[in-house]
Design a protein around this ligand. Structure first.
Ligand SMILES: [Zn+2]
Ligand SMILES: [Zn+2]
Length: 305
């Protein structure tokens, strides 16, 4: 299974400016490409990173007349997870086919995405995009084609939102990726006192090879009062911090944890400092780096096998 990060930023696209660099870890909103060993293409979320993926897909079988096919799996309807679709070039090519799928969200996804492109919000309506575009609600524990399986569960976020787990049968066994955006935890978690919701997520990500997870804040930003700091509490905003994510990943026996949905106030330098602190926390928890821990990095490709 190939995994490529096209959008790693949360909330709003965040280009660099003088003194604030986002080139290394990325400024585009959520979009992760997954390609199976058999060449089936899955795209998790359609944030602004989808535009660049679309440009590349023209050279990978999605040019006019080539009959490109992909499934686009959407976690929820907040704009940073769907805003790239009107700029997704291959969706304007009649020979291409896209199935857009999700769990049962607050409103039908087709309605929300169509509304975003309605006049006068956008000049080209969803229905005018020339590709064969269909919407479908995911069934529980659904099997996809060619040995792929997709399951989903609610994550903790304002309005409905889904975490996904995609698995592939390979010659060396099953490989699995969990995509857990956007997601908070059960209030203030300290040590390994997991809440009921955390336990559900731990079960869902159990033993997976790679977990891409919402880790927007530092613990201090999440709940400043706990650290005797001033600042606005982010409790209840639907995003988590690295300590609780590490706790959950260790408990679940995850092999690799990738911190994603970078906050727009965090530049590359801030993120690297946060990763250093997160790795130190991990060492404090289990004495070594048995769990691989990284930041989601736009443009990076990795392989699970
Ligand atoms: Zn988001
Ligand atoms: Zn959201």
């Amino acid at each position: 299974m190939k995994v490529k990060y096209w959008g790693t930023r949360g909330s709003i696209a965040t280009p660099s400016f003088e003194g604030f660099d986002t080139v290394k870890y990325g400024g585009n909103t959520s979009c992760v490409e997954v390609m199976s060993e058999k060449g089936d293409l899955y795209i998790f979320d359609a944030g602004s990173g989808l535009r660049l993926l679309g440009q590349e897909l023209f050279g990978r079988g999605f040019a006019p007349g080539q009959e490109g096919k992909a499934k686009i799996i959407i976690g929820h309807e907040h704009h940073d997870h769907i805003e790239g679709f009107p700029f997704f070039g291959p969706a304007y090519i009649p020979s291409n086919k896209f199935e857009i799928i999700s769990g049962a969200l607050d409103l039908p996804l087709s309605e929300v995405m169509s509304d975003r492109q309605s006049i006068p919000k956008f000049p080209i309506q969803l229905e005018q995009m020339a590709a064969d575009i269909s919407f479908r609600q995911l069934r529980e524990g659904e099997k996809l084609e060619n040995g792929m399986a997709l399951s989903h569960c609610y994550s903790k976020h304002p309005q409905k939102c889904f975490a996904y787990r995609i698995e592939e049968e390979t010659e060396s066994g099953i490989v699995s990726l969990c995509y857990v955006l956007d997601n908070e935890h059960d209030g203030e978690v300290d040590g390994k006192k997991f809440g009921a919701f955390d336990k559900k997520i731990i079960k869902f990500i159990e033993n997976s090879d790679l977990v891409v997870i919402d880790s927007a804040y530092t613990p201090e930003e999440y709940n400043p009062a706990k650290y005797n700091l001033k600042g606005m509490s982010k409790v209840g905003w639907g995003h988590a911090h690295y300590k609780v994510n590490i706790d959950r990943a260790l408990e679940a026996g995850v092999k690799k944890l990738v911190l994603a949905h970078h906050d727009p106030t965090h530049d590359d330098k801030f993120l690297e400092n946060m990763l250093r602190d997160a790795r130190n926390y991990l060492i404090d928890q289990n004495g070594d780096l048995g769990l691989q821990l990284e930041l989601a990095k736009e443009g990076k490709t990795e392989y699970l096998n």
